[in-house]
Design a protein around this ligand. Structure first.
Ligand code: SF4
Length: 303
């Protein structure tokens, strides 16, 4: 039986938009397991390094709070350990000395260092921002039928306002839903006992790594925008369910659309077993032919 989709996160949304097949393979069946268990999701090495980097940022900040400064070597080591923790011993043995892993760790370390040079981080580290804390990204908000994973990475207070900051290692240059996606953090924060309930007490911030630079965006929540943000999430989960339904009872992956962008395929961990491995354009044409054939069979059998 198809699994009802009840979980929303920005990563799930990105996957749904960038490649429906990748969404199905990565997330659609992960829900029957514990919500804290991510290991069954097949992440690419690039994704694993990014997940590990996020943890490293939190750990480095927490250690900084306790007066411990990290060396460059320590940052690289921690990223590596984070990757190792998430995969099987066999997979780690196969990649541990690969130049791919070394390069990914090196570039992640550089991104973390440049994050430390952003205005927000400099103000935290210099003590200008005194009240701040790292948030647990695994904490979700439930709206009754959707579990929403949209916690900020860091919350901090400047004068009377709370800032919610999300860090995105793979920012996208043009994303028309940026604001509404980001404002989901306010709906999350309002359910947190330690944060205020009033919209006007929040400012939402995102730091996105795009074309080698951290880009800072700020958004102010209003009742109307927060409502639109909720609707966006509902619509996404509805689309996720429609997509899962499209596979039918036989879970036919051949009916699920492929990516529209060959750059998405480049970093995709499912590529070796995907029809797109032989070229995205030709696989899409083949898929259209299958869809046409199925529609014809349905038409003839109902006629
Ligand atoms: S290889 Fe490309 S088409 Fe296939 S699942 Fe990955 S992103 Fe989608």
């Amino acid at each position: 039986m198809n699994q009802l989709q009840t979980m929303w996160s920005i990563s799930r949304r990105k996957s749904l938009i960038n490649c429906p097949r990748q969404y199905i393979l990565r997330y659609s069946r992960s829900q029957r397991f514990s919500k804290n268990t991510q290991n069954i999701i097949n992440f690419s090495l690039n994704d694993l390094v990014i997940r590990s980097s996020r943890k490293v940022i939190h750990e480095r900040l927490e250690d900084f709070k306790n007066g411990l400064e990290w060396s460059e070597k320590m940052i690289s080591l921690k990223i590596r350990l984070g990757v190792k923790e998430e995969i099987s011993t066999e997979r780690y043995s196969a990649i541990r000395n690969s130049s791919n892993l070394k390069n990914l760790i090196h570039s992640a370390k550089n991104r973390i260092n440049s994050l430390w040079n952003t205005n927000i981080f400099r103000r935290i580290i210099s003590g200008q921002i005194k009240q701040w804390s790292c948030m647990d990204r695994k904490k979700f908000l439930s709206n009754g039928h959707i579990d929403i994973f949209c916690s900020p990475d860091i919350s901090y207070k400047i004068q009377k306002r709370w800032h919610l900051l999300r860090i995105d290692f793979q920012g996208e240059l043009r994303n028309p839903s940026d604001e509404l996606e980001s404002l989901a953090m306010v709906n999350w924060a309002k359910k947190n006992n330690f944060l205020p309930y009033v919209n006007s007490q929040y400012i939402v911030n995102t730091l996105k790594f795009i074309n080698g630079k951290w880009i800072h965006n700020r958004y102010l929540p209003t009742d109307d925008l927060l409502q639109q943000s909720k609707q966006l999430l509902e619509k996404d989960v509805n689309e996720m369910n429609k997509l899962v339904g499209k596979m039918g009872p036989l879970l036919n992956l051949a009916l699920i659309p492929l990516s529209n962008n060959r750059y998405t395929c480049k970093k995709c961990s499912f590529k070796p077993s995907c029809p797109a491995k032989n070229g995205l354009r030709i696989s899409k044409l083949e898929q259209n032919a299958i869809e046409y054939n199925n529609a014809k069979i349905n038409f003839e059998s109902n006629g």
